[in-house]
Design a protein around this ligand. Sequence first.
Ligand code: NAP
Length: 249
Amino acid sequence: MTRTAIVTGAARGIGAATAKRLAADGHAVAVVDLDEAACADTVAAITAAGGRGIAVGADVSDANAVRDAVARVAAELGAPTILVNNAGILRDNLLFKMTDDDWDAVMNVHLRGAFLMSREVQKHQVDAGWGRVVNLSSTSALGNRGQANYSAAKAGMQGFTKTLAIELGRYGVTANAIAPGFIVTDMTRQTAERIGVGFDDFVAHAAKEIPVQRAGQPEDIAAAASFFCSDEAGFVSGQVLYVAGGPRA
Ligand code: NAP
């Protein structure tokens, strides 16, 4: 069945792959990112493959922007019942060097953003008596040097997911989290730059530590999101799936 999906942070990386995958699954997809123009490539790929997508510029941490964005999606594509909270940023630093802004910026995009988007979209999900929420956590939720802010936010995403599953289950809405390991995107490229390592070396080094001996690709995460968003996953809720090429947790 065709539904309307919103994927945040979908101009690139995991979000772009997930938006394309959900469109290929037959859904109309709103490609949401900070800069509407930056969503053009994802939308063009969806359209070229015969799907339906629109670009929507919104800062997910801004309540007014979120309200306007979800209203626009409902008007242009139909009531959104699938939500993938993927938008994310890094502000890595060791605790003693981490600024207030580093902390707040990460909390605002990951946690406040997922909260605002979910609160706005659940109205449409409850009306429809069906919905899917997928939240992007991370293996960093288990703790990671230099990421006090990010690991706290990604652990928070897991608690948030479980609570949504409990509150919204009676309305036919499931909520699940995906916790990726090392995925080749601009985000991991940024980490390599920060620590002064060439990206190819960084990826090769990471791959050696991963049981399947390769780094993840955005499509690996998109495939898991596709499953959680499917009709047949209706009895799977409140789960955290580590997609990391090996066991975690
Ligand atoms: P990415 O390539 O950096 O893409 C993230 C996207 O989110 C960017 O397009 C970014 O826009 C957008 N964004 C940032 N702040 C936003 C805001 N306030 N409102 C709307 N959009 C915003 O990252 P990625 O690697 O694909 O990561 C996607 C998600 O997976 C994130 O939640 C990340 O934490 C998580 N994750 C990634 C990995 C990994 O290895 N890559 C591992 C575990 C978890 P701008 O470009 O304009 O900033």
